[in-house]
Design a protein around this ligand. Structure first.
Ligand code: PMP
Length: 425
């Protein structure tokens, strides 16, 4: 009866049941956005099928395009030594380790890669996980909880936000790169929380700017917080040898509590890592759900990342070449009067169109010129921040870069006139 259920005197609100995805409001919104995109007459820019390694070029529909749409920053995916190492590992260990590493999935190359990454960065040890996104989610979700605070950069990657939500800790974003605002926030709030985790990125993947890690270290020390730096886009690209933000700023890597990175970009593989103190890694090895209850990283992925880092050790000039090409791309954009937002010489250079329609049309026109670049549209960014995002690689030639910036500037000059305002929003 109602009284047994404790509902006497209360108004029970009934809701329409939804038992199929077609009914979900979020599904209808998605369909609506797709229809609007179709109405522009520009082909769907997502899930383009690429028939080759994507490096300075790619093959789409049998056509070779200059590509600026992959994170193969150092051209190591497709490098013969890296591919051969992956093939050898498959021959020796098979395609799966078929168990969590705790159980029977441990191979010698797991430990080798973990020690390699730790040494590369300059900390005690590291731990591999099967995905970069999963690494952030499970690690952040696990290290803080109720009674704790996580403060993250307002532009932090989805995986950081998801980890924070999973953790159950209080979550507060702070204005992008603003360590002074973070300092004020912690001055007011630190005393209410047991642990405080500050999460930032090295290089920001939408804007191509980077964080002032030494200043964040000062703030974290002052407030007895822990600092986590996501090096997805700085591992392999920042610092003279590509060792990341610690090398770039010439700081003691141990001053950052948690270094996170993904192996899917410069390291030409797939999977993520956490690097830091012995205690941190030991705790995660025995207790992090996404590690303990998940299969070990597959042999091919481990061997590829190991070979990629070894290749980079032998050929550090790749990093310098990447920097030269990135700076060339950026300075040519500036000369052409293009809006590159906050990009500062990293291999990520946005060209902001301020309008999703223009971004979509621009990417389509560039495709006609033989150039592959991804538009970033509302709602991924604010409508006024709609853009093309160029990822530079060490393999791009100066000629490819000059041609691309020239074509982009030419199309923007034209599209600026016939664009329709904010059609995608
Ligand atoms: N962190 C950042 C900052 C990223 O940009 C990404 C992916 N682009 C990830 C984590 C997740 O890495 P992965 O794609 O290897 O899962």
């Amino acid at each position: 009866s109602a009284s047994e259920n404790g509902f006497v005197g209360t108004v029970v609100k009934t809701v329409e049941p939804e038992d199929s995805v077609e009914q979900f409001a979020e599904y209808r919104r998605l369909k609506n956005t797709m229809e609007q995109m179709m109405m522009t007459g520009v082909p769907n820019p997502y899930f383009t099928v690429h028939d080759s390694v994507v490096s300075d070029t790619t093959i789409v529909d049998g056509q070779t395009l200059i590509s600026f749409a992959s994170y193969n920053y150092l051209g190591l995916s497709g490098h013969p030594a890296v591919s051969a190492a992956a093939a050898d590992a498959v021959a020796k260990y098979g395609t799966s380790v078929s168990a969590s590493r705790l159980v029977s999935g441990e191979k010698p190359i797991h430990g080798q890669l973990e020690r390699k990454i730790a040494k590369w960065i300059g900390v005690d040890n590291s731990i591999l996980m099967v995905g970069g996104h999963a690494t952030n989610e499970t690690t952040i979700g696990h290290l803080v909880g109720e009674g704790d605070l996580i403060v993250h950069d307002s532009l932090a990657h989805n995986s950081i936000v998801q980890g924070a939500l999973l953790s159950g800790a209080r979550r507060r974003p702070f204005p992008h790169n603003d360590f002074a605002a973070l300092d004020r926030l912690l001055t007011e709030n630190r005393s209410r929380y047991r642990r405080v985790l500050i999460a930032i990125e090295g290089v920001y993947s939408m804007d191509g700017d980077f964080s002032d890690v030494p200043s964040f270290i000062e703030v974290k020390k002052k407030h007895r917080a822990m600092l986590m730096v996501d090096e997805a886009h700085s591992f392999g690209t920042m610092g003279q040898h590509g060792r990341g933000m610690a090398e770039y700023f010439d700081i003691n890597a141990r001053d950052v509590d948690i270094w996170m990175g993904t192996l899917s970009k410069s390291a030409a593989s797939c999977g993520g890592y956490i690097a830091g103190s012995n205690a941190l890694i030991e705790l995660l090895r025995y207790t992090a759900p996404g590690f303990v209850f998940s299969v070990g990283m597959p042999p091919a992925q481990v061997a590829a990342a190991l070979a990629a880092i070894e290749t980079l050790e032998k050929e550090p000039e790749r990093v310098q070449r990447l920097r030269d090409r990135s700076e060339l791309f950026l300075s040519l954009c500036h000369e052409a009067g293009l809006d590159t937002g906050d990009s500062e010489g990293t291999p990520v250079v946005p060209v902001i169109t301020g309008n999703s329609m223009v971004a979509l049309r621009l990417s389509n026109r560039l495709k006609g010129d033989g150039i592959n670049v991804q538009p970033i549209l509302y709602p991924a960014v604010d409508e006024s921040a709609a853009r093309l995002r160029f990822f530079i690689t060490s393999e791009h030639s100066e000629e490819q870069i000059r041609f691309t910036v020239a074509r982009t500037a030419a199309h923007i000059a034209e599209l600026g006139f016939d664009s329709k305002p904010a059609a995608m929003s």
